[in-house]
Write a protein that binds this ligand. Structure first.
Ligand code: BG6
Ligand code: MG
Length: 221
């Protein structure tokens, strides 16, 4: 059976285009520390691709008491204020290796590309790295109600590009993102942490190692 052609690529932002893991870690660690909740780098690994409120729920698994909804909202806002303080220092020098080259190559090949991110800070991050106008479409945490592994953000990105899901390739560093791509009927490339995910159709250590030409021109067999 012929494989559908890839006409668009949907990039996750955090951990694919720009590395924000350390900023998230420092912000959660500061907030949790103030509350007396233990939070380690290993805990931070579990937050990859997960929405802010779902991340908070994971952080609170180690809390010694229950928190009210109002307290949780305040904690999430406080963490975000710490996070924004940190990402406001990022520049285009913080783009991950191979990211710009990948976008240039896709443009040259006439392939559309979009952002599909759970982050509500997507507009700020894109501004910091000077890519606010680089993508054909942006779908992010401000536009969705269900976070990855629900495919909502990727389906929206595909729709905004005017493409069917089966013609889209998702590039992700989070297991939840690879699962979201599969749930949305899209192909996926796992990079970094998600390169080990068994459901990824393609894998690369980073975008610098991703061979988009080979993937886009793959045998229709
Ligand atoms: C994802 C990150 O891209 O965005 C998660 O991988 C993060 O770690 C999520 O929790 C939500 O981000 P924000 O910026 O809306 O708090
Ligand atoms: Mg990510």
């Amino acid at each position: 059976m012929n494989k559908p052609p890839i006409l668009g690529v949907i990039f996750d932002l955090d951990g694919v285009i720009i590395s924000t893991d350390e900023c998230h870690y420092l912000a959660w660690n500061r907030m949790a520390g103030e509350e007396g909740i233990p939070f380690t780098r290993a805990d931070n690994e579990r937050l990859r691709g997960v929405s802010r409120m779902d991340s908070l729920a994971i952080v609170l698994e180690r809390a010694s008491r229950a928190y009210t909804t109002a307290e949780k909202d305040a904690m999430a806002s406080r963490k975000n204020a710490y996070y924004v303080e940190l990402i406001n220092r990022l520049t285009k020098e913080d783009l991950l290796p191979g990211a710009l080259q990948a976008l240039h190559l896709l443009k040259e090949m006439g392939i559309k590309f979009a952002i599909g991110s759970s982050s509500k800070n997507t507009p700020l991050l894109l501004k910091r790295i000077e890519l606010s106008h680089a993508f054909d479409a942006v779908a992010d945490g401000n536009h969705i109600t269900h976070s990855k592994p629900n495919p909502e953000v990727f389906l929206l990105a595909a729709k905004k590009m005017g493409l069917s899901p089966e013609n889209c390739l998702v590039v992700e560093d989070a297991d939840a993102g690879i699962e979201a791509a599969a749930a949305g009927g899209m192909m996926s490339m796992g990079v970094g942490y998600a390169s080990a995910h068994p459901s990824a159709d393609f894998r690369a250590k980073s975008l610098a190692d991703a061979n988009f030409k080979a993937i886009l021109w793959r045998d229709a067999s």
